[in-house]
Design a protein around this ligand. Structure first.
Ligand code: PNS
Length: 164
């Protein structure tokens, strides 16, 4: 069985991520989305919330599941029995960082390959940080995230505003 993983912070999942999820899932028997829990980035959404949002948007994809992971990606891949890591490339600016991670991971486990999928043009400008920025200023981000999670994201920022 060919198992792939799609790792990331998903803070929150965007339409661009969903595009990569759908296309990756079509290339493997099983796709495991790995939600990083030990990010130094201080995520807005907890790991449980990020997992929940991902589960909402993959409901129609039977071969996709979501797991939270801590620590090294290579260890998570081994634990999931995965030999392929999927990552999306939006622009050349992503490439240097992605190349470095891919080479590092390959050095740690030569059996592990990283497959880069070129982001669909309509999502090229899209990022979780753009969603967070818009949401924090009350801007319209409805066309950037999957419909199923829009309310959750809005609610989060309303709560954040109320507690400030
Ligand atoms: O969505 P992101 O934040 O760009 O995803 C980055 C991610 C999760 C792929 C990367 O930070 C990662 O793999 N972290 C796990 C720790 C690790 O394995 N580090 C070594 C490679 S940098």
């Amino acid at each position: 069985m060919r198992v792939g993983i799609y790792p990331g912070s998903f803070d929150p999942v965007t339409k661009g991520h969903l595009d990569i999820i759908r296309r990756s899932a079509a290339m493997v028997d099983k796709l495991v989305i790995g939600v990083l829990n030990n990010s130094k980035k201080q995520p807005v959404f907890s790991a449980a919330e990020r997992k929940q949002m991902l589960e909402m948007v993959i409901a129609d994809l039977p071969n996709v599941s979501v797991e939270v992971f801590d620590g090294l990606l290579v260890d998570f891949a081994k634990q999931q029995d995965a030999k392929i890591i999927f990552r999306g490339l939006r622009a050349v600016t992503d490439f240097e960082y992605e190349l470095q991670i891919a080479q590092l991971n390959r050095n740690l486990n030569p059996e592990l390959d990283t497959v880069f999928l070129v982001t669909s043009v309509e999502y090229a400008y899209l990022s979780s940080s753009a969603v967070r920025e818009l949401a924090s200023y009350g801007g319209d981000f409805s066309n950037l995230v999957p419909e199923q999670i829009q309310t959750l994201v809005e609610e989060k920022y309303k709560k954040k505003k109320a507690s400030n």
